[in-house]
Write a protein that binds this ligand. Sequence first.
Ligand code: DHB
Ligand code: FE
Length: 288
Amino acid sequence: MSKVVGGIFSSHVPAIGNAIAKGLQGDAYWKPFFDGFAPVHEWVERVKPDVAVVFYNDHGLNFFLDKMPTFAIGAAHEYANEDEGWGLPKFPTFEGHPELSWHIIDHVVGEEFDPVTCQKMTVDHGLAMPFALSWPGLAKWPVKLVPININTVQHPLPSPKRCFDLGRAVGHALESWKGDEKIVVIGTGGLSHQLDGERAGHLNPEYDRFCLQHLATDPEALLKHSVLDIVELAGSQGVEILNWIGARGAMDVAGRGSVVELASNYHIPISNTAAATVLLENREAVTA
Ligand code: DHB
Ligand code: FE
């Protein structure tokens, strides 16, 4: 039987890619952020997940303003890493898991979601950074990938509840998957940041702390704000918390009552972002 063993939640700032390429992990600026991944390294080494189901947002690489799906699920055999003009070094191509992708798609459509299905898809920093942080320095990723894209870019954006419910539907799909893989869910982006406009540079540690406090024990607390409330609180890119909410929804089903927080790190700023890392474990699945 497959099982959802845990969740990794991480910011995805592109500058992390350059810091990795230049070996800056120990520099004063970067160290407090990279150090937050030591428990993740220990955990992936110990638990050895086989598959990552990743809730993230594309930043104009696959979907531009002229065609913007609210939800899109990858069903490709592989996903190449590209960037959208940051000049980032390229990370290894991600191996897909099309059978599991189609199982998830079937299941969420059965629960009345209408995702775009993508048999060709490239992935940007929104997906690659948490991989590079969690499994550093590898020539081949040790997990297969199912990417689930949430529109956090062009309004109207889906509500936090809708994203949580999508996550729960994905969780149901994972529960009914007949494989025997260990699955980690990943939520990327956030926390508070705004990259442009009058409030560029806006950060909100109070709201971020609220999210971090409730993510493990009471994730539905994050649903009390509307998506426009979140734009106001966390900044126009701070809405990437929707990806965390989706991933946490998937764990809510598969981890039922057994989700524990193993690590949480918060560091301001990395580039323009309040950066955070959280590691949750589904205790029952790991100890069974
Ligand atoms: C930054 C953060 C992001 O989430 C992103 O997608 C691009 C840039 C930043 O802080 O620089
Ligand atoms: Fe982003």
